[in-house]
Design a protein around this ligand. Structure first.
Ligand SMILES: [Zn+2]
Length: 506
């Protein structure tokens, strides 16, 4: 081969590769910043008697002397790849050091960081059994992990991983000035931990959906705890979250967040608590409408059933009448069957009369059902008005007819009148939502039903919920995925060599 054919330029990757890899007799040497995938590549393509060895890119001792290669340490990377590391010795202070491979792997570990991160990542998105997670990892990475290792990775590392994400989220919230606007919605959902019932309380800002506070508490204590939870959640609790504040003041002495209106369902405690917290209370329109509809639906169902029973009777009569006329079709009455035929004829006349009455009754029932429907719509309309004046007008029309309204409707109209201003406060204040729907969505995203009976420990639920809340911020509040800064071998490599140029002339 002629040297004249040598290329006049080199690919950037060729330069990088020359930096990373040194080929010598019976060994391929890799610099300590070479990603593990490069080691795996050589493991697959080199004969088995060729050793793949990591060496230090800057072999200098703490004391400043240049280190000497001393011997080889066998490192079973991911308990699968026989990779070696050089052990160095300082000629001056006689200290020894094995090629450190951060960020590929933590000191003293077999399994590399990417495997650990993948495990935590998996659990940050889905709660699956450790057996299944282990299967998944083993198949994806062609490994031989034990369930215990998978458990350990998640258990020991996820705290750091989740905290990093939470810190990032806090940064973004500060950047975008997302804080309590004073219109929190509150609701609770229920779960079991190891068979014991708990309530999961949550408070979400109705305008920007940020999580103001949340807590798990035994189910039988939560109603008594509501007041404390709601009032303390309106305080700036950040000193409690800051590890640098050693003795934060009693929560009641902390400053208040912005507060204006509490939104909640029909728990009787809410208006009382709101008053104590110096807030208005806005009951969720959806719950109000549902509570209005339920008794009406029950009545409507009863009427439908009555109507159906009448209809069945009518059909049965019709059948018998038809039978009679079929039987004597074309026959004139004769002496022999005169009596029984007259008897039957009398019955038919009676049935025809009954049917007319039942038909009449059924149209009346249908009218009643339709009337209930009409009232339902008129009640919904009150809530859907664009101005409070119009809503009140529509309310008053119903109220003026109260003596003529069906019981269920009259009862509701009277009850609504007791707190009309608060109930309709969403109409002219765009900060107040018509319903507490965000809380429903919150529980759906952060704690889906299928998980609510799955947990054995409080610690497990709490970690799961932290991941759920991260999801909430990613999908709903910030609308961007939160990725903690990476410090893996590949990002270090691209930092070192950049990505802006493809080729370099030589
Ligand atoms: Zn030294």
């Amino acid at each position: 081969m002629s040297r004249n054919n040598a290329p006049t330029f080199k690919f950037r990757s060729e330069l990088v590769f020359n930096d990373i890899v040194t080929f010598c007799e019976n060994a391929v040497l890799l610099k300590d910043f070479a990603p593990k995938e490069i080691a795996i590549l050589f493991y697959h393509i080199e004969p088995s008697d060729i050793k793949i060895i990591y060496e230090m890119s800057n072999p200098v001792c703490e004391c400043g002397s240049k280190l000497h290669k001393h011997d080889l340490i066998n490192w079973n990377m991911d308990k699968k790849y026989p990779i070696f590391k050089y052990r160095y010795i300082c000629p001056k202070c006689k200290k020894t050091i094995i090629t450190p491979l951060e960020p590929i792997v933590k000191k003293g570990c077999n399994y590399t960081e990417d495997i650990r991160v993948m495990t935590m990542n998996l659990y940050s998105k889905e709660h699956i059994s450790y057996a299944n997670a282990t299967k998944f990892l083993n198949e994806a990475y062609n490994l031989n992990l034990s369930r215990q290792s998978t458990y350990n990775f998640n258990d020991k590392e996820s705290e750091k991983y989740i905290s990093k994400k939470e810190e990032k989220i806090q940064e973004k919230l500060n950047e975008k000035n997302i804080e309590s606007t004073g219109f929190p919605g509150h609701d609770e959902s229920f779960l079991t931990i190891n068979g014991k019932k708990y309530a999961f309380l949550a408070m979400i800002d109705s305008n920007n959906q940020s999580i103001i506070n949340d807590q798990i508490i035994p189910e039988n204590e939560y109603r008594d705890f509501l007041e404390t939870f709601i009032i303390y959640s309106q305080k700036d609790l950040s000193p409690y979250k800051d590890p640098n504040t050693l003795n934060p003041r009693h929560p009641l002495l902390l400053i208040d967040l912005k507060k204006n209106t509490l939104i909640g369902d029909e728990l009787k405690e809410y208006p009382i608590i709101a008053k104590k917290a110096n807030m208005n209370f806005h009951p969720c329109g959806f719950h109000i409408i549902m509570n209005q509809r339920k008794p009406v639906w029950k009545t409507q169902k009863r009427l439908e059933q009555k109507k159906q029973r009448n209809q069945n009777r009518i059909n049965k009569n019709k059948e018998k009448i038809h039978e009679y006329y079929e039987k004597y079709k074309g026959q004139s009455p004769n002496f022999k069957n005169k009596d029984s035929r007259r008897k039957q004829k009398d019955k038919v006349i009676k049935m025809e009369k009954e049917n007319r009455t039942l038909q009449k009754e059924n149209s009346k029932i249908q009218k009643e059902i339709d009337q209930y429907e009409n009232y339902n719509e008129r009640i919904s309309e009150i809530f859907n008005q664009e101005t409070f004046k119009n809503a009140k007008l529509r309310y008053n029309i119903l109220k003026n007819q109260i003596k003529h309204l069906p019981d269920e409707i009259a009862k509701f109209i009277t009850k609504l009148g007791k707190d009309l201003d608060n109930t309709l406060s969403h109409i002219e204040n765009e900060n107040i939502p018509k319903t507490n729907n965000w809380l429903e969505i919150f529980f759906k995203i952060v704690f889906p039903k299928k998980y609510r009976k799955r947990f054995k420990t409080t610690q497990g639920v709490k970690r799961f919920l932290r991941n759920g809340k991260i999801k909430w911020y990613e999908n709903i509040v910030l609308k961007t995925e939160i990725i903690p800064d990476k410090n893996d071998a590949w990002s270090k490599l691209s930092q070192k060599y950049g990505k802006n140029k493809l080729m370099t002339k030589t």
